[in-house]
Ligand binder design. Structure first.
Ligand code: UDP
Length: 242
């Protein structure tokens, strides 16, 4: 039923844009509150949750370097993007804790005085103790995105699934903003995703999930109740399976 969580432990990938007003940048604590309350509801069902938070509302490394000419090395811009995710993680922690949910921020880049360092076994322990873990700074390495971090953390933390929260309802046959007749897939396998070059997550993330049989659910975070539906295995979004 919808009130029992189907998944024991999930990694929720939240893009940075889920923390700002549509079409804007930066952080809106109002939007943070909306997402936080959905996460808390899902957590209250008894599902352990690790949130991998993006940074696109502040800075994306690849984009920043390409619009800055040769004035900044791409690797530097990626580190800036990772730091952006730490800022987002702190905002999300504030939102979750203001709703009464114990939360720990763990960063892949050591940042004493700001948050804990990501240590796999400690992250698992936090989740077992009922704390939501917000995983910041992606993988800690440049040239990938937080999609890869979500895949990586899901695998090493023993999650049942990656829940990828996006602006659209799932994976379509074509861009739904260009073709109104585009079909929303309910379920796909990795072969089809790769073969048809469907844009689900970045390539590294997809191949890692595929290689290790980690399912991914792509769904719309904008619709209230969807995160609860996602953790309880309700009919929402597109499920990608091995
Ligand atoms: N980033 C990185 N390594 C990581 C994760 C993120 O270098 O493991 C950088 C990368 O430049 C990325 C930026 O941080 O563009 C912000 O993350 P992302 O683009 O995934 O944010 P989202 O689109 O989910 O908001």
């Amino acid at each position: 039923s919808e009130t029992t969580p189907r998944y024991r432990r999930v990694i929720l990938k939240l893009s940075g844009e889920s923390l700002c007003r549509p079409g804007e940048r930066g952080i809106s604590m109002e939007e943070v509150g909306v997402i936080a309350s959905q996460i808390v509801q899902a957590h209250a069902l008894g599902c352990q949750i690790g949130v991998v938070v993006g940074g696109g509302n502040i800075l994306r490394g690849a984009q920043f370097t390409s619009t800055s000419g040769s004035k900044i090395e791409e690797a530097t811009a990626h580190y800036m993007g990772m730091l952006a995710t730490v800022i987002n993680a702190m905002a999300l922690q504030a939102g979750l804790e203001s709703l009464g949910c114990n939360t720990r921020v763990m960063s892949a880049i050591k940042m004493d005085g700001v948050c804990e360092q990501f240590i796999r076994r400690r992250a698992i322990r936090h989740m077992e103790k009922g704390r939501i873990v917000v995983l910041a700074a992606g993988t800690g390495s440049p040239f990938v995105t937080t999609d890869t971090a979500a895949a990586q953390r899901a695998l090493e933390l023993g999650a049942d699934i990656v829940l990828k929260a996006t602006r659209v309802d799932g994976v379509y046959s074509e861009d739904p903003e260009k073709n109104p007749h585009a079909v929303l897939y309910r379920e796909l396998d990795y072969e089809t995703v790769i073969g048809q070059n469907l844009r689900v997550m970045d390539g590294t993330a997809i191949s890692q999930c595929r290689e290790h049989g980690m399912p991914v659910l792509v769904f719309n975070f904008k619709k209230d109740g969807n995160i609860v539906k996602a953790v309880s295995g309700g009919r929402v979004g597109t499920r990608i399976v091995a």
